[in-house]
Design a protein around this ligand. Structure first.
Ligand code: PLP
Length: 399
């Protein structure tokens, strides 16, 4: 039998062992983790809606009407009008004809990719795509071609050399780097080479674009340009679940074919009501997004002035590049000793030699919170350039 204990010890020796912190109380910047008060810069609650009164109230008042459990899959008897209204709401929010709810973003990506590509087809995937996209590609049994991060020219060459059905999949905002995919260019080459384009906007929805409608609408792209848009509800939307949006025809096709839609229990209907309330808050005004952008600029300017290496990101995902696994862990631990929670991200979540601290900002942070983080970063030395020497990626700069 395989020696699982030795594998675990090897992980520890490489600085790759993972542990979970136990959070008590609601998710918000000031939280309790393992019994200690911390200021957190690592959640994906970009708009501070995970504990918003309007969403909580909507959940509580929906419960008496809908009860709690989802009870069945959508195709048996689980498709509640609360789900149906949320699908219509999400379609309108993303300016699409139709939308389909999934229980998680992971399941949405597995289901959509494996429904739309199969044996004999080819899926083209950005090298830095989320794990759920990678797994969806594997599950599809299609041939998978990975293209270098954001490299549309290489993708175009691969597309032109590939016959048959082609699906191109990309994160809208890359989850560990924070940069935005070259969506206009991707849409252009996909049209030129008759490939279907799917964008997973888990980190753009709520944050980018007019009224937070996401990275695709921020670029002025429609369903014709990006036929499949996946969004998740557990990040900026602050609840849980996910959806895919596009034409009514494609949604109909997915209802027939997406196995992670068909063979799983519908989310609790009250959660769908709470999610709709959260969308109301997101649409209402841009104050949260304006505040978030100001915090992002403040952090970037401060951290760069301190000599830290940031990545070319204008989103609330602001990784500090470190390089080595142990060095990233050490920086995370030094900040934790000062009361700050910023998690180290290590391979295989990011490429080997590109371990980093993934700082994420939230509209629930104050300017003083960002200054607290900057003061802590000032008091622990930036990682020496030698730890960055193993970096394989070019470090670009953004304004
Ligand atoms: C978080 C994430 C997912 C998974 O969404 P969940 O709802 O958390 O399962 C999918 N894609 C990307 C890009 C993500 O960052």
């Amino acid at each position: 039998m395989r020696d699982f204990a030795t594998e675990l010890e090897a992980r520890k020796a490489e600085g790759l062992y993972r542990v979970r912190r136990q959070v008590s109380g609601p998710q918000q910047p000031r939280l309790t983790a393992d019994g200690e008060r911390r200021l957190s810069f690592c959640s994906n609650d970009y708009l501070g809606l995970a504990n918003h009164p309007a969403t909580r109230d909507a959940l509580v008042s929906a419960l008496s009407e809908t009860g709690l459990g989802g009870a069945a899959s959508h195709l048996i008897c689980g498709h509640h009008d609360a789900h149906h209204h949320l699908e219509e709401r999400l379609a309108a929010f993303t300016r699409r004809e139709s939308a389909l709810l999934f229980s998680t973003g992971y399941m949405a990506n597995l289901g959509v990719i494996s429904a739309l590509a199969g044996r004999g087809d080819t899926v083209f995937s950005d090298r830095l795509n989320h794990a759920s996209i990678i797994d969806g590609c594997l599950l599809s049994r299609a041939t998978v071609q990975t293209y270098p991060h954001g490299d549309v020219a290489t993708l175009a060459a691969k597309l032109s050399a590939t016959p048959g059905h082609k699906l191109v999949v990309t994160d809208g905002v890359f989850s560990m780097d924070g940069d935005v995919a070259p969506l206009k260019e991707l849409a252009r080459v996909c049209r030129r080479y008759d490939a279907l384009l799917m964008v997973d906007d888990a980190h753009g929805l709520g944050v980018l674009g007019p009224q937070g409608r996401g990275s695709v609408l921020a670029e002025g792209l429609s369903t014709d340009d990006v036929p499949l848009l996946v969004g998740t509800l557990g990040k900026a939307v602050g609840t849980s679940g996910a959806f895919v949006a596009g034409s009514a025809l494609m949604m109909d096709y997915l209802v027939q074919k997406a196995r992670t839609y068909i063979y799983t229990t519908a989310m609790p209907p009250a959660l769908a009501r709470a999610t709709a309330a959260s969308l109301d808050v997101i649409e209402q005004g841009d104050e949260r997004r304006i505040h978030l952008r100001a915090l992002t600029t403040r952090f970037r300017e401060g951290a760069q002035a301190l000599g830290y290496t940031l990545m070319p990101s204008n989103t609330p995902i602001q990784p500090i590049l470190v390089g080595g696994n142990e060095a990233a862990l050490a920086l995370s631990q030094a900040l934790e000793a000062k009361g700050l929670l910023v998690t180290a991200i290590r391979p295989p979540t990011v490429p080997v030699g590109e371990a980093r601290l993934r700082v994420t900002l939230s509209a629930a942070h104050t300017e003083a919170d960002v200054d607290t983080l900057l003061a802590a970063l000032a008091s622990v030395a930036p990682p020496s350039p030698s730890t960055l020497s193993t970096l394989s990626m070019p470090i670009r700069s953004v304004s």
